[in-house]
Ligand binder design. Structure first.
Ligand code: SF4
Length: 254
């Protein structure tokens, strides 16, 4: 079916979310809590858009709004910009020093911050992506704890978690860089736990924690060092794959 976004005709599947259709058609809609690996959760709400459906206009959250019929979508109207400005004002009040939020707030002309008390060190916007990534991976080491203004992401009792494998997937997916990872002298520190890092067997660069490699081996059910691959960093792994591919090319095999 066809929908129109900012006057552009876009092909959409029934049930597809507006944000996905827009992205596929290179139409920008801001969002912080959306990641292609996960279904939308409408946490940050920055992806709000105006939808006209059967003559009725309303504001919807595009990451969770499924296309069910012909609609007109406008992603950047005066009303939407004003609502996003308010949302960013609140996010900035929560995370006053965060560069990602400050940049977005500037783009929407936020000059004043809502008058709430906040921790000047806070950088988390509670988007939940890190918790979902950790859960999906199968580690389940971090959770959203507490309620209301004290809600935050933490390990159980904020102790170094046994379940944590130090993979730092949580930090990689975090849209605001709120999760701090310290890597120094062959060690990685994350969530108050220190991990020894394993050096790449080719270039020698520490690239993963021993717990992370053991976890992947167990999950993927591969023997240690099968193909000589699981001790290689991503760079060396790609180089080796390219070398193998060129050795196996029909021209070389002739
Ligand atoms: S730490 Fe980052 S990924 Fe986790 S909830 Fe906060 S902003 Fe989202």
């Amino acid at each position: 079916m066809k929908i129109r976004i900012n006057g552009i005709d876009c092909e959409a599947q029934p049930g597809e979310f507006i944000l996905d259709v827009a992205r596929r058609n290179n139409i920008y809609i801001p969002t912080l809590c959306h990641h292609d690996a996960f279904a939308g959760e409408a946490r940050c709400r920055l992806c709000i858009v105006e939808v006209v459906e059967r003559g009725r206009s309303r504001v919807v959250t595009s990451c969770v709004y499924p296309v069910a019929g012909e609609i007109e979508v406008a992603t950047d109207t005066e009303k939407i910009r004003s609502l996003r400005k308010t949302l960013l004002m609140l996010l900035l009040a929560r995370t006053p020093q965060n560069e990602t939020i400050k940049k977005l707030a500037r783009e929407y002309g936020v000059t004043e911050v809502a008058r709430f008390e906040s921790d000047p060190q806070e950088e988390c916007i509670l988007c939940n992506l890190c918790v979902r990534a950790c859960e999906q991976l199968g580690a389940g080491a971090i959770y959203a704890v507490n309620r209301g203004v004290t809600k935050k992401v933490a390990t159980l009792f904020e102790e170094p978690a046994e379940e944590c494998i130090g993979c730092a997937a949580c930090a990689a997916i975090c849209p605001t860089g709120a999760i701090k990872v310290l890597e120094k002298e062959g060690k990685r520190i994350i969530w108050n736990r220190e991990f020894e890092m394993v050096p790449c067997s080719n270039c020698g660069r520490p690239f993963a924690t021993a717990e992370q490699l053991a976890f992947y081996r167990a999950r993927l059910k591969v023997a240690p060092d099968r193909y000589g691959g699981d001790r290689l960093c991503e760079n060396c792994r790609q180089k080796r794959a390219a070398e193998l591919a060129s050795l196996m090319s029909p021209a070389r095999l002739r």
